[in-house]
Write a protein that binds this ligand. Sequence first.
Ligand SMILES: [Zn+2]
Length: 77
Amino acid sequence: MFDYADMTIDIDTLGKASRHRMVLHMTCRHCGHKGQIKARDLARTHGFGTDPRTWSFRCSRCDMRNCIVRVMEEIRR
Ligand SMILES: [Zn+2]
């Protein structure tokens, strides 16, 4: 039996997130607008060592820099 805690990976860089095919989901706290970007696309332009958890995303709808960022697995269909 696997312990779930043993299977978690600390995704602290865009490099790790892109290796694990993760996607960053952003939700604006101000207006609720949602967006997403593949970690590898962001890593190519902003560096593989960047920590996605501390990134300050700007909302494309209301222009506020107050977003919740979640790093999640890419769902393939
Ligand atoms: Zn917004």
